[in-house]
Design a protein around this ligand. Sequence first.
Ligand SMILES: [Mg+2]
Length: 127
Amino acid sequence: MSKIKTILVVDDEPDIVNLTEKILKLGRYNTLTCNNGKEALKLIEDKYDEISLVLLDLMMPGISGMEVLRTIKSNDMFKHILVILFTVKSFKEDIKKGKEMGADGYITKPFSGKRLLEYVNDVFETH
Ligand SMILES: [Mg+2]
């Protein structure tokens, strides 16, 4: 069996972070969490070799998800980290921009636990 993967969950809504963390643990993933872009960048810098994937909210005060995505995908040390964006359905431009910037997938909020796990598993299988 392959090593348990670590997923970083970044969202400024604590309820979403808590729910997502629970779901990922049920799916046997390790998790790291934070509530803003600044902390996310710090965690990525400190633990980039541990982190396999980031579930990243785009809409956060301060450093946006898009900036975090840009930092991950423009740095050779972080490039191996897959990024799935949390987006709101109506924000089609964000999805387009995110893909152009190298996001590996996106999931629209609200989502079910089942769908989230299936999607994460699928992104790991196809990348
Ligand atoms: Mg948000």
